[in-house]
Design a protein around this ligand. Structure first.
Ligand code: AMP
Length: 198
């Protein structure tokens, strides 16, 4: 199964996508984690993206697309993937679809973890990142970037009938239970569709 997660900063995307990847035997691919690793290691890619990330802005599309191509292909050959943090814009989604559909590795399920902005701010401040005004400004900017650039993706996948919406405002375990059952039924439906004679 090939899945992606959409959710604001602090929505629980990282935690839940890692849990679901474990549960369903899928490869967890987090664009944010991969980018942070490049920054920490000081690679040329890391040096190009650091300032964007520090400000809470998105990094250029092409960098993320190039970085993910190989891991997505590899994961698709071994049971599937959960993409966490990609795509982030409708443009990334459309560009990725063009490349992936030719190779038969396009997304089948989009999960939207819905959480109120107010709760997102509380959670992020609670992580200790909101200690000073600068942190607070970056947190608010990241939420603004999410609302402006990423939420149009929800509609994009709803129109394609690939969307599952989950209330992410509850406890981690409650959200996981809901996700397991929603993804399980989607996986059964996908298997049934694949088994139909064409
Ligand atoms: P995340 O851990 O998913 O919140 O990502 C952390 C940061 O990495 C974001 O604030 C962006 O600067 C960058 N990033 C992650 N994924 C993408 C993406 N698909 N497109 C552009 N920038 C991204």
């Amino acid at each position: 199964m090939r899945v992606l997660f959409i959710g604001g900063p602090g929505a629980g995307k990282g935690t839940q996508s890692a849990r679901m990847a474990d549960f369903f035997g899928l490869t967890h691919l987090s664009s944010g984690d991969l980018l942070r690793k490049h920054v920490a290691e000081g690679t040329p890619l890391g040096q190009r993206v650091k300032d964007f990330m520090d400000r809470g802005d998105l990094v250029p599309d092409q960098i993320v697309m190039d970085m993910l191509r190989k891991p997505v292909l590899a994961a698709s050959k071994t049971g599937g993937y959960i993409l966490d943090g990609f795509p982030r814009t409708a443009e990334q989604a459309a560009a990725a679809y063009l490349v992936a559909s030719e190779l038969g590795v396009e997304v089948q399920v989009a999960v939207h973890l819905r959480v109120d902005d107010r709760v997102l701010v509380e959670r992020l401040m609670g992580r200790g990142r909101g200690a000073d005004d600068n942190d607070r400004t970056v947190i608010e900017h990241r939420i603004e970037v999410y609302n402006k650039q990423t939420t149009p993706l929800v509609e994009y996948y709803a129109v394609r009938e690939e969307l599952i919406t989950i209330d992410g405002g509850r406890s981690v375990d409650e959200v996981s239970w809901d996700l397991v059952s929603a993804l399980q039924s989607r996986s059964v439906a996908l298997a049934a569709r694949a088994a139909q004679p064409s």
